[in-house]
Design a protein around this ligand. Structure first.
Ligand code: MF3
Ligand code: CO
Ligand code: CO
Length: 260
């Protein structure tokens, strides 16, 4: 369980990859409307990554994943496979998860969208999940432990009567898509790995409106849904531990920690 410290050169390349991944989410945003299929969203993102950005969509063929992005609608927790049969409708929520490779380095980020006008109960789940990500990011600096991050996220989720998915977590990232450490979204303050300057990883909490339990679709081998079929939400950023805090590589211009 060796956690890599990135070089200045790797960090500069991850800044670029992170920005490009964030750009894909901004690009796709106006397309997320009632009537579009998740396969069309995949095609638009795929073409943009390949032709406009000259990036590689990391999910495509990753451990056999068949598409270029993940699209997780309503009760789908993560790893939803884009499909022509999945047409978005008014009131749906969808997570779009983008991972690009540029110059050999990865940028991984996801966000939630409301399809049409947000429903109040969905909006609350989506917003609290984003707050969990932000509260996790806020405490990242040398000396913070992974347990501190998990504890912070779990407390905010449970204080709001939501549950935290246990089976999937954030991860170290760089030249490798998923590397050490595992970044759990639950835990105990003061436990686990201590963060050091130069580490890069994702935080990507998944919160369920109901119980935390999930099930994997045995047909497609990928789609993870809530067992109780209630809504799930997720937000993700890729970040760097700096000498005194954090730099979020995948920040979008509308976010507090964005720097141009
Ligand atoms: N982007 C996802 C993550 O946040 C991983 C997707 S792997 C895939 O780690 F194969 F499903 F694409
Ligand atoms: Co990730
Ligand atoms: Co991701």
């Amino acid at each position: 369980m060796d956690v890599s410290i990135k070089t200045t050169d790797q960090i500069q390349k991850m800044r670029i990859a992170g920005r490009l991944a964030a750009d894909v989410l901004e690009m796709i945003s106006p397309h997320v409307q009632p009537g579009i299929s998740t396969e069309e969203l995949d095609r638009i993102c795929h073409d943009y990554m390949i032709n406009t950005q000259q990036t590689i969509p990391a999910p495509l063929n990753y451990n056999g994943f068949p598409k270029s992005i993940c699209t997780s609608v309503n009760e789908v927790v993560c790893h939803g496979i884009p499909s022509a049969k999945k047409v978005l409708k008014e009131g749906d929520i969808i997570n779009i998860d983008i991972t690009v490779i540029k110059d050999g380095l990865h940028g991984d980020t996801s966000k939630m969208f409301h399809v049409g006008k947000p429903l109040q109960h969905a909006e609350r789940l989506v917003n609290i999940t984003q707050e969990c990500l932000y509260k996790g990011i806020d405490i990242v600096k040398p000396g913070t432990t992974l347990g501190d991050i998990g504890d912070t996220i779990q407390r905010h989720a449970e204080a709001n009567y939501y549950s935290v998915v246990r089976e999937y977590c954030g991860h170290g990232i760089g030249e490798v898509f998923h590397e050490s450490p595992q970044v759990l979204h639950y835990g105990k303050k003061g436990t686990g790995l201590e963060l050091k300057e130069g580490m890069t990883f994702t935080i990507e909490p998944m919160l369920n409106a109901g119980k935390r339990h999930v099930k994997l679709n045995k047909q497609d081998g990928w789609t993870v849904s809530t067992k109780d079929h209630r809504l799930s939400a997720q937000w993700e950023h890729t970040m760097l531990v700096t000498h005194d805090g954090v730099e979020v590589f995948t920040a979008r211009p509308d976010e507090p920690f964005y720097s141009s």
